[in-house]
Design a binder for this molecule. Structure first.
Ligand SMILES: Nc1ncnc2c1ncn2[C@@H]1O[C@H](COP(=O)(O)OP(=O)(O)OP(=O)(O)O)[C@@H](O)[C@H]1O
Ligand SMILES: [Mg+2]
Length: 261
């Protein structure tokens, strides 16, 4: 378990302020990051794991400044970064050597502890029986569970996930989120997960951080996520009915179509 502290974090890209003076602290929790497209979710996560340098402000993990990408932070992406042609097992195993190339890492681990960890991680995500199946032959949901296993074998104390279920159908999304939460508990990791599906967020989140135009709009516990807050975040949910009209006009932006999906 770990404590993540964000202090006055700001990230500017030229004239665009993607994240504005955001501060919060999370500890031993499963936290969901909400916000419409462009709100700054990915930028915030990238500043936390050191993939992007903040313009201002600080990030601490257990009181120590985070700089550069570090193994104590596991990352799960919407498009998993798996090697399609090899097994779930080998993909998980190479998570323990995140920063070497896949081929190099194949030659490097003779470590039995790593192998055991890879199998345990696959068991946590319910894929032990499929360990030797090629990732390319797995469903999107199964592949994302391999991505979770891969992040776990690094022994992270913090897991960041950026829209990990955005490309899945609703029932696979629920299932993958269930495994992610179970994995976070079993491995005692603090988790910060960005999502745009409010119903899934509400089902799994223990705490919710809402971003709007880079600003922290709310930071609330499980029972405090009200429809009014969701409206503030995405605009009026009744506009969901307009989706068909918008669909006829591909140039129009449809942030409201993300609500309740
Ligand atoms: N590398 C970049 N260069 C310039 N501007 C960027 C860059 N990355 C993000 N931005 C801008 O920063 C703002 C926040 O983007 P970000 O990707 O963090 O939003 P998001 O909440 O993750 O959106 P989505 O839900 O679409 O993934 C947007 O206005 C975006 O255009
Ligand atoms: Mg994003």
């Amino acid at each position: 378990m770990s404590t993540l502290t964000i202090e006055n974090l700001t990230k500017e890209y030229g004239d665009v302020t993607a994240v504005s003076d955001v501060s919060f602290e999370i500890e031993d929790e499963f936290v969901v990051l909400l916000g419409e497209s462009g709100a700054g979710k990915s930028t915030l996560l990238r500043c936390i794991n050191g993939l992007t340098d903040p313009t201002d402000g600080d990030v601490y993990l257990d009181g120590k400044p985070v700089s550069g990408s570090q193994p104590s932070i596991g990352m799960i992406f919407q498009q998993h970064n798996l090697v399609e042609g090899v097994s779930a097992y080998l993909n998980s195993l190479t998570g323990s050597l995140e920063r070497t190339s896949f081929v190099d890492s194949l030659f490097q681990w003779n470590d039995r502890a790593d192998k055991r960890k890879a199998l345990e991680a696959l068991q946590t995500v319910g894929l032990l029986d499929e360990a030797h199946q090629r990732v390319s032959q797995m469903s999107g949901g199964q592949q994302q569970r391999v991505g979770i296993a891969r992040a776990l074998v690094q022994d992270p104390s913090l897991v960041l996930a950026d829209e990990p279920v955005a490309s899945l159908d609703p029932s696979s999304a629920e299932s993958v989120m269930g495994y992610l939460k179970k994995a976070a508990r079993a491995h005692q990791v603090t988790a910060l997960v960005s999502l745009h599906q409010v119903n899934i967020a509400a089902h799994f989140g223990e705490r919710f951080i809402g971003l709007r135009d880079g600003w922290l709009l709310f930071d609330v516990e499980q029972d405090e996520l009200t429809p009014d807050l969701i409206d503030d975040l995405y605009g009026d949910v009744e506009t969901v009915g307009l989706t068909e009209q918008h669909a006829a006009d591909p140039a129009s932006e449809r942030p409201e179509a993300r609500v309740g999906r």
